[in-house]
Each structure stands twice: as structure tokens, then as C-alpha cells.
Design a protein around this ligand. Structure first.
Ligand SMILES: Nc1nc2c(c(=O)[nH]1)N[C@H]1C(S)=C(S)[C@@H](COP(=O)(O)O)O[C@H]1N2
Ligand SMILES: [Mo]
Length: 169
């Protein structure tokens, strides 16, 4: 066995060992976890939200100048989470809640009917941009509830949206 052959074998081994090293995962883009009745259903990142119908509202929190918020209607996200036959909200679905959680654990709820066009039809936006710019410290996702008299349900840093069956037997 020549020295050269041995050297090339060693080199090959070293290379394959190096190649076998798992590639570091690219950092996951921030996303919102969707949960249906306690079970993780989906994740929505910026790119996924950008593919959904866009919603816009002009609204101001706490004496700030009104801003133009853009994102996706919470109702569209709820519809995507609940795979229900037909669109009408009937039966037990009328006892559903939509719970939104922020990174600090802050939580608010809406009733499914409050958001549904056939009932309350409230405009609630999961915003990813403000005046044309991505959200910074309050984001990347923030709830905007233009018709609420106080901005307490404008959850900052939204991490989770859950659809919860709040009916009792
Ligand atoms: N994640 C998170 N979002 C939150 C809160 C909070 O404590 N945590 N406070 C709420 C309350 S009570 C208000 S009044 C508004 C304040 O929003 P602002 O800081 O843009 O004025 O944020 C809401 N969103
Ligand atoms: Mo508040």
C-alpha cells in the first residue's frame, strides 16, 4: 500500500466525517402557532400570512397618531384553523372562543360569533406591518382591534391563536 494511497484514504475519511456533520438548521422564522381544541394545527409565519387575503385598518392606540395597520383578518385565520363543513356558524360552534396569547403570556379572548360576519362581524387584524413597515418591538405580529374603546385586546408579540370549544355538556 503506497503512502499516497493511505493519505488519500485518510483524506476521504476526514472529508466524509466532515460532511456527515449535521448542517446547522437555519433559524426558524418567527411564526404564530394555531391550536384547535388543544391540538397544534398549523404555524403561520410572515410568508404564510403574505399569501392570505390582506386586511387594512387605520386606528390609533392610546392617544397615538392613527396608523395604517396591515395584516390578515383574525376571522380568516380562524376559518383556516377550523376545518368545518359549510361556512355558517351553527350549533356548538356558537360556543367557540378564540384565544390570542402574546410572548409575555398576556391573553385575550373573542367569541367566534363576535368575529363572524353573520353575527358581530368585528374587524380584528393580525397585523404584520404599520405604516408600510414591518412591526419592530411590538411584533412581528400584533392584534389590532379598531372598534374596541380601549386597546387592551391589541395583543403585542402574538405567539398563539387558539380556537377553543367553550360549550358544556
Ligand atoms: N403582549 C401584551 N400585549 C398587550 C399588553 C400586555 O401586557 N402584553 N397590554 C395591553 C394593554 S392593557 C394595552 S392598553 C395596550 C397598550 O398598547 P400600547 O403600548 O401600544 O399603547 O396593549 C395591550 N397589549
Ligand atoms: Mo391597558
Amino acid at each position: 500500500m503506497s503512502l499516497r494511497f493511505l493519505a488519500s484514504c485518510l483524506l476521504c475519511f476526514a472529508c466524509s466525517a466532515f460532511a456527515a456533520e449535521p448542517a446547522p438548521n437555519p433559524p426558524a422564522s418567527p411564526s404564530i402557532k394555531l391550536v384547535l381544541d388543544g391540538k397544534p394545527a398549523d404555524r403561520l409565519d410572515r410568508a404564510a400570512l403574505a399569501l392570505m387575503p390582506r386586511a387594512t385598518a387605520t386606528a390609533a392606540a392610546h392617544g397615538e397618531q392613527p396608523a395604517t395597520w396591515q395584516g390578515v383578518a383574525l376571522q380568516d385565520i380562524v376559518r383556516r384553523t377550523c376545518v368545518v363543513s359549510g361556512d355558517a356558524l351553527v350549533g356548538r360552534a356558537l360556543a367557540r372562543l378564540v384565544r390570542v396569547t402574546g410572548a409575555d403570556g398576556y391573553q385575550v379572548v373573542f367569541s367566534a360569533a363576535e368575529l363572524d360576519e353573520d353575527f358581530g362581524g368585528a374587524v380584528v387584524i393580525v397585523a404584520d406591518s404599520r405604516d408600510g413597515k414591518p412591526l419592530s418591538q411590538d411584533g412581528p405580529f400584533r392584534l389590532v382591534v379598531p372598534k374596541d374603546k380601549r386597546p387592551a385586546r391589541w395583543v403585542r408579540n402574538v405567539t398563539t391563536i387558539e380556537v377553543v370549544d367553550a360549550s358544556t355538556p
